[in-house]
Design a binder for this molecule. Structure first.
Ligand code: ADP
Length: 637
């Protein structure tokens, strides 16, 4: 069979360069990555042979071997797992499937200057390629279970790799590293040292459920004969979730997390759960510290693995947690499920549904606890995953309160610190009945919008909601703690207390009469654009603003639905005028008796246009607006 030479995909090549000129200081982790791959391969073989009895693979002694040769300076990690076909080798090892890679590499390039590259590698994890941190050349010999021919892949990580077909490969995969010379100064990094290998396995891979073996050193007996004792199993193979809490260290949990998630960074939070009784299970869940690049793309893998009685059954088991907790990683081990349970069956299983409910509640309460006990950690969490969690306010009515209790929002109360709804309610003014919010694209945009004026004047706190999902959930959530959520850009602003009401009532009535002519005239002028022109109680500085009727969807929400392909009728909004503004009172005085003056009609149009601009909306006819405005400016010169 001829040897074929392939080029690495561009992204793969860049990544390899970084591994070779290693920017990651903890090189030991290469072994964790290779052992992790081997362990996955054993899981896969066991499962596949359970489903397909024609596979003909021997699954009686699945294990991982570590073989070090100090003389040749090689280290081999061998498994008798599922192996890879020729095409799989080219596809899986020669390219990087992860869609976030390009972005990752870009970030990495930018970070190199400021020493943050290590952190980035950590978030991403690079699996098999990490072997090039310690090796000059890597050879992978593999044969897929059920196939007769094997494949040998070799590369020095410099641009190309070779692939050839071999007849006599054992089933499974052996990765052989031609190790770089040991640094004489630092014998600690000799990866042919049995002591070193044992230490790394204990530290990173102890919980792997398959035996990780190392050939024992030959012993010379008293009779002068050399014997080779049975290989030593280096890891304890104890499932962490089945051990009692005080037996397991934080670090051990974190290593399990890294194995499951392919993330090199420690998780923010570890959640343990144990259910006894009729349906027994253990769960060990993790909240990552960083959102993966593909969190919002379809097909994002969820991270909860299902085990049945310590045996791995499936990755990303979607039946265990709702979509909006898709960032949670971990293991759930159930005692009473069948080993060949399918995804379809799981979705319908009553016990699984019960488990789903309990796990969901547990994760949400853990987030809430984190908020109280570790505010900084919580802030990181919410920054990374808050948007996803808020999706749950839409679909999961049962947990709406729990989600709201674990949520935090930007608010006018503090420039930096977010607030919880509970804190907001505690700060509510005497007589304030509602929780006020405004949605928009940015904090600054909302803060400067005219709608805020009266609220700012009276010191009434407003939540500033800038995530697209905020537009939607505020419609679905009736309120919090008996207080309704109210948009300040919608309906009539009713900020007066009972006493003030009496006082201002007469004043308002007077204004209404004074301005009724103007309002009628303007309503007619702008009848194409707005459904009503009325006086405003929310403006103190600006002449005008636009609000939605209480029952109408806001423009942003309408746009969102349109973007999702739904038909949305165009609803007209309401123009509110500030009777105290000189432009408005001036217009009132000028308009009386000059109803047909085109210059005044233009002023009305300009006023409407500026109100649109002030809230960040688009003008219906920007060219016309600009022309009217420049003509006006010209006349002032
Ligand atoms: P990751 O493990 O993060 O997916 P890797 O680069 O480590 O990325 O591996 C890429 C893919 O190659 C794995 O997902 C797996 O399908 C395959 N692979 C790697 N090592 C093995 C192995 N020992 N046995 C079988 N398949 C393997």
């Amino acid at each position: 069979m001829p040897t074929e030479t392939f080029e690495f995909q561009v992204e793969a090549r860049q990544l390899l360069q970084m591994m070779i000129h290693s920017i990651y200081s903890n090189k030991d982790v290469f072994l964790r990555e290779l052992v992790s791959n081997a362990s996955d391969a054993l899981d896969k073989l066991r499962l596949e042979s359970l489903r397909d009895d024609t596979l003909g693979a021997d699954v009686s002694d699945l294990h991982i071997d570590l073989e070090a040769d100090p003389g040749a300076r090689t280290l081999t990690i061998r498994d008798n797992g599922i192996g890879m076909s020729h095409d799989e080798v080219v596809k899986l090892i020669g390219t990087i499937a992860n869609s976030g890679t390009a972005q990752f590499l870009k970030d990495l390039k930018e970070a190199r200057g400021n020493g943050d590259a290590e952190g980035l590698i950590g978030q991403f994890g690079v699996g098999f390629y990490s072997s090039f941190m310690v090796a000059d050349e890597v050879t992978l010999l593999t044969r897929r279970a059920g196939e007769t021919e094997g494949t040998r892949w070799t590369s020095s990580g410099e641009g190309t790799y070779t692939v050839e077909t071999v007849d006599d490969a054992p089933q499974g995969t052996a990765v052989t590293l031609k190790l770089k010379p040991v640094d004489d100064e630092d014998k600690l990094y000799d990866y042919t040292s049995r002591w070193k290998l044992r230490e790394i396995v204990k530290r990173y891979s102890d919980f792997i459920t398959w035996p990780i073996r190392m050939a024992a050193e030959p012993v010379t007996g008293e009779d002068g004969n050399t014997e080779i004792p049975a290989p030593e199993t280096v890891n304890s193979m104890k499932a962490l979730w089945a051990r009692s809490r005080d037996e397991v260290t934080e670090d051990e949990y974190h290593e399990l997390y890294k194995h499951i998630s392919h993330d090199w960074t420690d998780p923010l939070e570890t959640i343990r759960m144990q259910a006894e009784g009729a349906f027994e299970y253990q769960a060990l869940l993790f909240i990552p510290a960083r959102a993966p690049q593909d969190l919002y793309t379809r097909g994002h893998k969820r991270g909860v693995q299902l085990y049945v009685k310590r045996v791995f059954i499936m990755d990303d088991c979607e039946a265990l947690l709702p979509e909006y907790l898709r960032f949670v990683k971990g293991v759930v081990d159930a005692q009473d499920l069948s080993l060949n349970v399918s995804r379809e069956i799981l979705q319908q299983d009553r016990q699984i549904q019960l488990m789903h409910r309990r796990l969901t509640k547990k994760v949400l309460s853990s987030i809430k606890d984190m908020m109280a006990a570790h505010p900084e950690r919580y802030a990181t969490f919410w920054q990374e995953f808050g948007r996803v969690v808020k999706e749950g306010l839409l679909g999961d009515a049962d947990n709406q309160d729990a989600i709201l209790a674990a949520a935090s929002f930007a608010s006018t109360h503090d420039q930096e610190q977010q607030t919880t709804l509970k804190q907001y309610v505690e700060r509510m003014k005497e007589g304030q009945e509602h929780i006020f919010y405004m949605t928009g694209e940015s904090r600054a945009g909302i803060e400067n919008s005219p709608h805020m004026e009266a609220f700012r004047d009276r010191g009434i706190e407003v939540l500033l909601l800038t995530d697209p999902v905020d537009e939607v959930w505020v419609e679905a959530v009736p309120g919090f703690d008996g207080k309704e959520l109210r948009s300040i850009a919608r309906g009539e602003a009713d900020l007066d207390t009972e006493e003030q009401k009496e006082e201002v009532k007469a004043e308002r009535e007077k204004q209404r009469q004074e301005f009724s002519g103007l309002l009628t005239w303007m309503s007619a002028q702008l009848s194409e654009q707005v459904k009503e022109v009325r006086l405003s109680a929310r403006l103190t500085v600006s002449p005008a603003c636009i609000v939605s009727d209480s029952d109408d969807a806001t423009p942003a929400l309408q746009n969102l639905y349109r973007a999702m392909g739904q038909e949305m009728p165009h609803t007209k909004r309401i123009l509110e005028l500030n009777p105290g503004h000189p432009l408005v009172s001036g217009l009132r005085a000028a308009q009386a008796g000059r109803e047909d003056d085109p210059a005044l009609a233009e002023t009305a149009e300009l006023l409407y246009g500026t109100a649109l601009l002030a809230e960040g909306s688009e003008l219906p006819d920007p060219a016309r607006f600009t022309k009217l405005l420049t003509d006006r400016l010209e006349r002032t010169l």
